[in-house]
Write a protein that binds this ligand. Sequence first.
Ligand code: GUN
Ligand code: ZN
Length: 467
Amino acid sequence: MARIALRGRLVDFVGDPTHSASAVRVVDDGLLLIDGSRIIGRGEFGPLSRALNPSEEVTDFSGCLLMPGFIDAHTHFPQLDVIASPATGLLSWLTQHTYPAEMRFADPAVCHETAGFFLDELACNGTTSACVLGTVHPQSVEALFAEAHAREMRLVAGKCLMDRNCPSELRDRGDQGMHDTMDLAARWHGKGRLAYAITPRFAASCSELQLKLAGELARARPDLYVQSHLAENEDEVRWVRELFPQARSYLDVYDSVGLLRERSIYAHCIWLDSSDRIRFARSGALAAVCPTSNLFLGSGAFDFRQAMQTGMPVSLGTDVGGGQSFSMLATMRAAHDVARIKASALRATQLFYWATRGAAQALGWDDHVGTLESGAEADVVVLDPAATPLLARRAARADSIESLLFALMILGDDRVVRETFIAGRPSKARRPPASTTARSDDARTLELSRRFMGRLRSVPGGGVPKP
Ligand code: GUN
Ligand code: ZN
């Protein structure tokens, strides 16, 4: 792959904004040099551009922000078609919409088609990495890994372990679920930028034996991730209490078998008490807060203040299809609103940090992604603050990086994402589906019109005045 040079405002983080006011790093007129899949240089446009080879072209994203690609810490690819399906709460939503939809993933063709669309949709929204749940079927995760590998994405995924309290079509039999887990991990963990996550769906869908075996594997293989759901909904918490009467709490069910440790990612974490929070923080696990899902399903409001005071590592997840959007901007916006319900306030810099460097650090990927540092993998999102008339108007009045990021998060969606580079490759245009010519013609037309629109937007005066 050739070298590319991108001009724009470079914005990334050198620390956690909770602890340091100078955690955000900005180069107003910056240049990012990419060679193949890596960033090889960064800095002020003036001096750096003079060092360029005369044949090297600069792609001009002036007026746009160049940031590390977003990291979605919790989502479900087989729930793509469940998005926007209302229910009265988590448990009825699972039985009415989600489990029936997941049954279709016994078919490998459904797995491949959905995985391709899902990964395209992530890229359209500026998301370059994600922690993804498949269904119970190993072929679902096989398809997702194959599609992600072809795109050179950094991705964590796992097949759901579930052997009770779910439809029989979705149930692991005997220890087959653990065999499938080990088989998938052997095939995909560490291949390219892929990693495997042991994925007990949630305590209520796993027998004590299945959880124990998953915990044994988690202890034996600290290099593997663990992902699951924790304390999302009050009915669910009551149910788990009935199923595991000996446990002190929902968290204790996982901790007692060895599933709470570094590289464990727990979605939601709403209904925890203070002793659970302390235990969670000490374990090194990561909370993936999914506010659009929590609002959509009426699950509750995550207590950001308590979590931060206790030192729980926090990241953000879309939780599609309980979540309402693939957009990490929409997810940050909802996180902000949920924090307001609890009378606390989250700054945009904090939320962008969680969606980029914070998640990368918590997942053990620091220095690889979540940063625009030289040497990092070239996962980069280009955000256009002039993408819509209202945003352009508001962004023109932004007098600080905090104010500009805040406007992007409140008013932005996938229209703001001008381009997404995954391992140095522009990836926003949808990939033509492999199967039909007619549909690939459509995709080509779409790509051409996007490029045309991109050029229109980059004419002089199309950008936003610099604050
Ligand atoms: N708990 C168990 N399964 C699920 C799921 O698919 N989505 C959400 N949001 N919570 C769950
Ligand atoms: Zn989920």
